[in-house]
Design a protein around this ligand. Structure first.
Ligand code: C2E
Ligand code: MG
Ligand code: MG
Length: 354
């Protein structure tokens, strides 16, 4: 009803539609119609007496300015749509040539990630977590690396965004879980192992089942596994986050709130979502030896954590002064290059923390 009878409207995917507009007087008309369509679709719907609202993102491409090839035009509109989605809810974006280079690169990384899963190119490095009072190693954090055939050993920063956006993080996460559980099983000293979960993984429907499956397959007792999530996991669909959190804790798995001190709503987050430990972001821990404000922050976070009955972990400790400061500020445990670098499981046994 929002377009002319001569325009073509089609469904092109689960939640994707294509609209072909003809006889436009100017490029401005495209944006105008796109906004009109988006507005029409965002009117609340009544479903079983419940009001449901949608947000709509739109990408557009123009004939003949962007291309005279129908396939390319459709592709470009898709590229613009992907960018519009990436920018957040409800945007209308016109295709620009620069977009396709970015999109192509993304697609290449995605294809390479698929191959990496098949060819088992992922390796896990483990970094010790140390009790500050005694220097005892309490456990290890599993950190993902990609042994890329041409580019060498890659950090999560090089590929995690694409893994997340493409959904490939789910199979990759299962690899990490399996290897982390196997690592903990090989150690007889009761070492616990923690695995990072990205927000998308955490909120995914299958998370609790995947963790349960990894525990069962490895035989690792649940209390020796922890998951690390950032507070971004608790944004958006709060109920989904709560279900996962409850499901994991019911299994007996510990939950650590990672990168604490960097987000926007840490305090409210702690109230609604019960966790077992908080891990203070490394930059704050390191700055605590440099200025009083950060030292104060670390001390306050430690106090807050203890008030909630949580263990407080300082991350990213690189010097003896930083280790001492973290301890003075009340942190219970620490990780960092000073105490042990992330290393492959084979090399881990020989490493002796300071
Ligand atoms: P994170 O969980 O906060 O991990 C801490 C990061 O700090 C790691 O970077 C670690 O190598 C690094 N680090 C450790 N000690 C020190 C230190 O003393 N100084 C400094 N400057 N850095 C230190 P990495 O391995 O590159 O991982 C980055 C992030 O990627 C992680 O942050 C985590 O959010 C994510 N990540 C890592 N592995 C996985 C995974 O298996 N799955 C998911 N979803 N995310 C992962
Ligand atoms: Mg972590
Ligand atoms: Mg962290």
């Amino acid at each position: 009803a929002a377009v002319r009878a001569s325009d073509l409207v089609a469904r092109s995917g689960t939640d994707e539609f294509a609209v072909l507009l003809g006889h436009l007087r100017s490029a401005h008309d495209v944006a105008r119609v796109a906004r009109k369509l988006a507005q029409a679709l965002t009117e609340p719907y009544l479903v079983d007496g419940q009001e449901v609202s949608l947000t709509v993102s739109v990408g557009t491409a123009l004939f003949p300015e962007d291309s005279t090839c129908a396939v390319a035009l459709f592709d470009y509109a898709g590229t613009a749509l992907a960018q519009a989605k990436g920018r957040g809810r409800g945007g209308v974006l016109a295709f620009e040539p620069g977009m396709s280079a970015t999109a192509r690169q993304r697609l290449q990384t995605e294809a390479a990630l698929r191959r990496a899963i098949e060819r088992r190119e992922f390796v896990i490095h483990f970094q010790p977590r140390v009790e500050l009072a005694t220097g005892r190693v309490l456990g290890a954090e599993a950190l993902l690396r990609w042994q890329h055939p041409e580019r060498g050993l890659l950090d999560p920063a090089d590929f995690m965004a694409v893994a997340e956006a493409s959904g490939l993080i789910a199979p990759i996460g299962e690899i990490v879980l399996a290897q982390a559980c196997a690592f903990a099983m090989q150690r007889e000293d009761g070492t616990t192992v923690s695995v990072n979960l990205s927000p998308r993984e955490f909120r995914g429907r299958g998370m609790v089942a995947a963790v349960q499956a990894a525990l069962t397959a490895s035989g690792l007792p649940a209390r020796r596994l922890a998951v690390e999530v950032t507070e971004a996991s608790f944004h958006g669909d709060l109920d989904a986050a709560e279900r996962t959190l409850t499901g994991l804790r019911d299994l007996g798995v510990r939950v650590v709130l990672d990168d604490f001190g960097t987000g926007h709503s840490s305090l409210a987050c702690l109230r609604r979502f019960p966790v077992d430990a908080i891990k203070i972001e490394g930059a704050i821990v390191r700055a605590a030896t440099e200025n009083a404000a950060d030292a104060h922050l670390v001390r306050a976070i430690a106090q807050l954590g203890h008030g909630f009955g949580l263990a407080v972990i300082a991350e990213g400790v690189e010097t003896e002064a930083q280790r001492r400061q973290a301890q003075v500020c009340g942190c219970d445990e620490a990780q960092g290059y000073l105490l042990g670098r992330p290393l492959p499981a084979e090399a881990w046994a020989e490493q002796s923390p300071a």
